[in-house]
Design a protein around this ligand. Structure first.
Ligand code: ATP
Length: 877
């Protein structure tokens, strides 16, 4: 950025950039977009296609395959050599395509969650994706926004920004539009500039964009760093670890098999080929790409269901979530506030009965309309603004008072914006020549600051009796689940800049209550979560009694539970909190800092916590949680940036859906691994068995590669897309420390593998002992049986239940995968040319019948076991 931007006057800056205070025209913006390119930081150095392709050969398992190909070459086994090399290249091509596909899908998810900016174009305010912001654009900033480009401040309303992404300094920096104050040039002292990547923590400002994309301070930093930040998920890491161990085990077993073959006086090269067959049988060549495919499909499905995953890791973590902490307003409730009863001048009445003849009631309405920003469109009856304030203008509309009329008569001369820490908002107006501050906000905060009460007879002191009376009314309304807003005023000696110190010594005017009904789907979602062993906790800025009433309606607060306010929480030691934690289901009047304490307390108990948030100050809690959840509609850019999941519909039920999907994806991956490894186990056991007995090889490497890469991949992917079942919520959350290959799973892999190996060996012996038989036929029948048995086995691995409970047609992909696998097998067995490549010996139809029968038997055995298992499980439930 050129230094000239901050020591020029505003007009000079604008003219240097070729713009005006009314912003660019859309045409100019489009031209500049062409000229300057998209406003995006160049990604860390991306790998070229060739580099990614070569990377695919770095795997130890692939190296074993290369050795296998070399041995085949030396043993003059042309078919095997050609096929293994072809497979290696195909595998690398597939891996490369996968890499770029995954990158693209992550990019599209990133685009869905990328920030937007409010720009002034053609003189009107519009919201555009940050990538389309160009130099010269006038951008409006307010608390919660992310600054998406560097810019010079034109107008400043107490702007404070966090520039930690640039300076590492987490303290907020105050900004100014003043040139003099901005003379120092070191970054952070450029007080009249804002920088891309910083976050607005307070106030408002209008800025003119001076630099975008790589042409920003952040761009310079990014260019300095080589940001290759593709981190592996825990699942990928544990699988990497597994494949390393597997490779070592394979090498060990190969040595044993090789020694055994020599012991049986086989020729050296034949012995080596045995070892090669074993290595090929054992390596799950397609496993890692299948897992990537399943994870990517899972995130796409979640995005369609309104849960945008920003971090692949989150898919796995979601499956282990055991506590969901959720905001109330807008997430558990509809955020559609409608005015209900009001209280003024000592009486409680329906909002519709508000009487403008009564001075106090009239003033209550006036304060409500002046100290809010919502507006209604008279023509179509729609309202724009914060729902709490919309309820206030609705109240005016109901009795025929136009808020615009009031606001025109008494223009706003100053303002202290609402923030959820203070829970107040104030505006300054001149009323009959007297500067008057109207303040609205949380009753507990406002009542403490009120010294008088307004009555028909005028101001009276706020006695303990009045306080008690107002608190009782508030309690009555809150117990019905209503949000109660208090109103007050204070006369000031003159019109002057407001400070937070001015919000005191009020005269209390009255209360307006409003209803915000729970989302109907929230009740079911809370019940579903409970069934799945997940605790839902409400965390809200609202009053304790209101919050408890709503929590009761939704099913979060049950008999024996506790509700705690922010003040009570602050008084609790960590020890006290730990002791009471499990009983507390509602935290009310909390500020964002409390959220971190709640997250950490649950984490101390070993729980995996999801926390929602929408405000700027929620970001640290979202980061601290295992799954930070931001609101797509009402959330600030800062919170979206800190979250690992964004709810496109702000709906609590979407979190529960995402958890179910997270569990589903994990279960499916586990089932796919079970399928692939048990099939491999069958291959290993068969090779081991024949080598121990000193028999001929049951398969050639080509056969095993054909199965591992082709006929097995299809059912594995089909298992990966198995639809999430209701039963997923019948179990407690998964222990995040549990490895994917549990003892139980390994035993299953061994048992299923042994069954399929028995069938394969059955076919092998039929071939070996047949009149037309010998080593060649034995191999053909063993290979056909192993392929077909593994295709049938795909149905066994769709879930723990039997196929009768799962339903054969509920996963059509699995039927398609089976059919495609059978067609491939038939092609290899019967197509001239292909059958030569696969060393197929001629066989009779009766022998083929045996193959089908033997291949089907393991599945029959497994399904019988599952039917019994289902019955026992149901009986025990
Ligand atoms: P959540 O449940 O998502 O935390 P909330 O709406 O209950 O949200 P806040 O928005 O922080 O929490 O509001 C806290 C309190 O501040 C409310 O209970 C209300 O008393 C007061 N309040 C809310 N909106 C306004 C506003 N626009 N002006 C003044 N006071 C407000």
């Amino acid at each position: 950025m050129e230094s000239s931007f901050f020591n020029r006057t505003v007009d000079e800056t604008l003219s240097a950039l070729g713009g005006t205070k009314a912003g660019l025209t859309s045409k100019e913006a489009a031209e500049r977009l062409q000229k300057h390119g998209k406003n995006a930081l160049a990604e860390g150095k991306k790998k070229s296609g060739l580099q990614v392709f070569l990377d695919q050969f770095k795997d130890l398992l692939v190296v074993i395959l290369i050795i296998a190909a070399l041995i085949s070459m030396v043993s003059d086994n042309v078919e095997s050599t050609v096929v293994i090399f072809a497979v290696l290249i195909l595998n690398a091509v597939l891996g490369t395509v996968q890499h770029f596909k995954a990158e693209k899908s992550l990019e599209s998810l990133k685009a869905m969650s990328s920030p937007s900016a409010k720009v002034l174009r053609d003189g009107v305010r519009s919201v555009v994706p940050s990538a389309q912001v160009v130099p010269g654009d006038i951008v409006e900033l307010e608390a919660g926004d992310m600054v998406v480009a560097d810019g010079r401040i034109l107008e400043n309303f107490s702007l404070k920004v966090n520039e930690s992404s640039l300076t590492g300094e987490s303290e907020g920096v105050e900004k100014t539009s003043d040139v003099i104050a901005a003379e120092k040039v070191a970054l952070g002292d450029q007080k009249n500039m804002v920088f891309s990547g910083s976050l607005v923590t307070y106030g408002r400002a209008t800025v003119v964009v001076t630099g975008t994309g790589m042409d920003t301070e952040l761009g310079k930093v990014a260019a300095l760093m080589n940001r290759t930040q593709q981190r592996k998920t825990p699942l990928q890491e544990s699988l990497d670890d597994f494949s390393k161990k597997l490779a070592t085990a394979i090498l060990g077993i190969c040595v044993v098999v090789f020694a055994l073959s020599l012991f049986h006086h086989m020729a050296l090269l034949d012995s080596l080929m045995f070892a090669v067959a074993l290595a090929v049988a054992a390596i799950p060549e397609a496993l890692s790409s299948i897992i990537t495919i399943v994870q990517a499909m899972g995130t796409q499905k979640m995005a369609r269901q309104n849960a945008i995953i920003k971090d692949l890791k989150a898919v796995e973590t979601l499956g282990s979530v055991s506590v969901i902490c959720s905001d109330k307003t807008g997430t558990l409730t509809q955020n559609r506030m409608t005015p209900q009863k009001i209280y003024a001048d000592g009486s409680l009445l329906e909002g519709d009965d508000l009487d403008l003849v009564n001075d106090v009631q009239r003033l209550l309405l006036k304060a409500a309309l002046l100290a809010s920003d919502a507006t209604t469109n008279v023509e179509d009856g729609t309202s724009i603004g914060d729902p709490t304030e919309v309820a206030l203008v609705m109240l005016g509309d109901r009795i025929g008072v136009d808020e615009e009329l009031y606001r025109r008569h008494h223009p706003r001369l100053g303002e202290l914006a609402f923030d959820s820490d203070r829970k107040l908002m104030s505006t300054l107006h001149e009323i009959e020549g007297v500067p008057t501050l109207y303040t609205k906000g949380a009753i507990d905060v406002l009542l403490d600051r009120s010294r008088y009460v307004l009555t028909r007879e005028g101001q009276v002191p706020m006695t303990p009796e009045w306080r008690e009376r107002i608190s009782r009314i508030n309690m009555e309304l809150s117990m019905e689940g209503l949000r109660v807003l208090a109103f007050s005023y204070r006369e000031l000696p003159e019109v002057r800049a407001l400070t937070l110190e001015d919000e005191r010594d009020f005269t209390f005017i009255g209360l307006i209550s409003m209803i915000d009904p729970p989302r109907p789907e929230a009740v079911q979602a809370v019940a579903d979560a409970k069934r799945g062993g997940i605790r839902t906790i409400m965390i809200t800025g609202d009053h304790k009694v209101t919050a408890t009433a709503i929590a009761r309606q939704i099913g979060i607060f049950r008999e024996g539970d506790e509700a705690v306010s922010g003040v009570e929480l602050s008084d609790m030691s960590d020890h006290d909190l730990d002791e009471r934690l499990e009983r507390i289901s509602v935290y009310a009047r909390v500020s964002p800092e409390h959220k971190i304490r709640i997250v950490e307390a649950w984490q101390r108990k070993g729980k995996i916590v999801s926390m929602t948030g929408d405000g700027v100050n929620d970001a640290p809690a979202l980061k601290a949680a295992n799954i930070g959840v931001a609101m797509g509609i009402t959330g600030t850019e800062v919170s979206k940036d800190a979250a690992s999941m964004i709810l496109a519909d702000d709906n609590f039920a979407t979190i529960v859906k995402a958890v179910v999907n997270g569990r589903g994806v994990y279960t499916n991956i586990k089932n796919a691994i079970n399928f692939l490894l048990s099939g491999n186990m069958a291959g290993i056991l068969s090779v081991l068995f024949t080598s121990i007995l000193g028999l001929s090889m049951p398969f050639a490497p080509v056969h095993l590669l054909f199965i591992n890469l082709l006929t097995d991949s299809l059912p594995a992917i089909a298992i990966g897309v198995e639809p999430a079942r209701k039963g997923l919520l019948d179990q407690p959350p998964r222990d995040p420390n549990e490895p994917i290959l549990t003892r139980g799973l390994m035993l299953k892999i061994l048992a299923y593998g042994a069954l399929i190996a028995c069938a394969t060996m059955g076919a092998y012996f039929i071939g070996l002992n047949a009149d037309n038989g010998g080593a060649g036929l034995a191999m053909t029948l063993a290979f056909s049986t192993l392929t077909l048995a593994r295709l049938f086995h795909g149905f066994n691995c769709r879930g723990i239940e039997s196929i009768f409970r799962l339903g054969l047609t509920t996963n059509r992909a699995s039927l398609g995968a089976f059919a495609a696998g059978v067609v491939l097998l038939l092609a290899v067995l019967f197509l001239p040319g292909l059958n030569a490549l696969f060393q197929v010996s001629p066989f009779t139809m009766a022998q083929f019948g045996w193959v089908i029968l033997l291949a089907f038997l393991p599945t029959v055995a497994i399904q019988i076991y599952k039917v019994i298992h289902d019955a026992v499980r149901r009986k025990n439930r």
